[in-house]
Write a protein that binds this ligand. Structure first.
Ligand SMILES: [Zn+2]
Length: 484
């Protein structure tokens, strides 16, 4: 059994049975008609994400008990749907509800939450062939059509990050369109038009003109990957190849300029910790949000499916990228108890546990299930070791005032990290000949060891396995080096 399946199994027995155990669980109860709230927030995303993940896990593992829990949650959610199709966490008097005109002036996560709920009901319906749940998803989509298409609500004004948060609704709409809903296709196309005409975004034109991902909207990683996923999927239903090319160009830009070696899109130093860093920036402690890893993984797998590996590589560049993300970034954010996840992971930095309601815990579990379903990476890590190199620069008046070089080790899809002896930050610089690795890197089972003259042997374990001994234990992927 490969590492992805093992981790997905731990999650199925752990988080998927505890965070939500049925309709009485708090993430689901937020939708209770009698208990909806007025300001509302993004926490409504968890129920939909759980439905997706638990449906896929129950089907994969033929887990009848989990399937029964999915059915009870989905049925209960359907019971909470209003007659106009509204199924959310905001009470009828809330000005932030997307079916209230004032929502455009309010802080609202209503459409974002709706994206997760619609996708959850759609995936559950597909897994268990329950038309009632699909009808509920279509009911939400119809209300969105009425509000956005007929009444002229601007989807770009219904969420933060220049509207990228609300426009995540594109993917579930595109999914309903791919299942035959012409109304959902019409709404989704309209949202694309709005995102194209928004000067700060220009969803289709910007990547086709070579605009860097960090400069599209606010550069928010999770949202951008999700919106481009929706755009790629919609291209199939409406036969617009320009949409697909735009998504592919966005993907190529991220792959070239915005990934850590572990396969995660990284941020940390720009206007917000979760937006893309400027192109060319390097820091060994760059942050990767687990939600961003999920969105990148799903975008990569969708593009793999839509393009059918047309780049001639086998597996395609999209599938290879998804494997690297799953085997390093995703597994490296999961804890072996099947419950906990890191919010941020870094190539060099501590492995720490996110708070209970963190978005990343639901995203991590979802990503694992998608990866376990669609990927069977070769975990036999034989093959040549690649040495990756990078340099960190700090410039002042265009003069290089600070400069550090680093190397990292990769074999197949697996990236390695060293664990400092004291368990905390320890980035001691080592000196190595420029001809490294030559004969200095050896494998010992799952591990690698660097034996350079004048040094104690340095042991490396796969990043995903490193740092588990105690909380906040460091992993060092980029090793500072002086080349001689
Ligand atoms: Zn997150």
């Amino acid at each position: 059994m490969n590492a992805l399946i093992e981790a997905a199994e731990r999650s199925r027995r752990g988080r998927l049975r505890t965070f939500v155990s049925g309709p009485e669980s708090e993430p689901v109860r937020l939708f209770d008609r009698s208990r909806r709230c007025s300001p509302g927030d993004w926490f409504g995303e968890h129920a939909g994400k759980w439905l997706i993940t638990a449906s896929l896990a129950a089907t994969r593992a033929q887990d009848d008990e989990l399937a029964a829990r999915v059915a009870s949650v989905a049925d209960w959610l359907c019971d909470q749907q209003d007659s106009n199709g509204y199924l959310g966490t905001y009470d009828p008097g809330s000005p932030a509800r997307f079916d209230r005109m004032r929502a455009q002036d309010e802080r609202t996560w209503d459409l974002w939450n709706a994206a997760c709920t619609m996708l959850g009901l759609t995936v559950a319906s597909q897994q268990f062939e329950q038309s009632r749940w699909m009808d509920a998803a279509n009911g939400i989509a119809s209300l969105i059509h009425v509000e956005i298409f007929d009444r002229g609500m601007d989807p770009v004004l219904l969420g933060n990050h220049a509207g990228l948060s609300s426009c995540a609704i594109l993917e579930p709409l595109a999914r309903l369109a791919s299942l035959g809903s012409t109304q959902a296709a019409q709404t989704a196309t309209w949202i694309v038009d709005r995102l194209e005409s928004a000067e700060a975004i220009r969803l289709v034109s910007a990547p086709l003109e070579g605009v860097d991902a960090a400069r599209i909207g606010t550069g928010k990683i999770y949202q951008l990957c999700w919106v481009y996923h929706g755009l790629a999927l919609l291209s199939e239903s409406v036969g617009d190849t320009r949409m697909l090319r735009a998504a592919e160009r966005f993907w190529a830009n991220v792959a070239e300029h915005h990934l850590t070696p572990l396969g995660g899109p990284w941020g940390g130093i720009a206007t917000h910790k979760e937006v893309f860093n400027p192109q060319g920036y390097f820091n060994p402690s760059g942050l990767v949000e687990t939600c961003s890893s999920l969105a990148w993984l799903r975008l990569s797998l969708e593009l793999d499916r839509l393009t059918g590996g047309q780049d001639g590589a086998c597996p395609s560049k999209y599938r290879q990228a998804a494997e690297v993300t799953a085997m390093n970034q995703l597994l490296g954010a999961a804890f072996p108890n099947g419950l906990d996840w890191s919010y941020f992971s870094m190539p060099n930095g501590p492995r720490s546990v996110a708070y209970d309601w963190a978005c990343c815990k639901s995203s991590g579990a979802w990503g694992l299930e998608e990866a376990a379903r669609l990927l069977t990476p070769d975990t036999d890590i034989a093959g040549d070791v690649q040495v990756l190199r990078a340099a960190e620069h700090l410039a002042h008046h265009e003069h290089d005032v600070f400069h550090r070089e680093f190397f990292a080790l990769q074999r197949g899809a697996t990236v390695y990290a060293m664990e400092p002896l004291d368990g905390f930050q320890f980035e001691a610089t080592i000196r190595l000949p420029v001809l490294f690795p030559g004969s200095y890197v050896h494998s010992d089972g799952d591990r690698l060891v660097v034996t350079a003259p004048g040094h104690e042997p340095i042991w490396f374990t796969p990043y995903r396995d490193a740092g588990l001994q105690r909380p906040d234990r460091w992993r060092i992927t980029w090793v500072p080096v002086v080349w001689q």
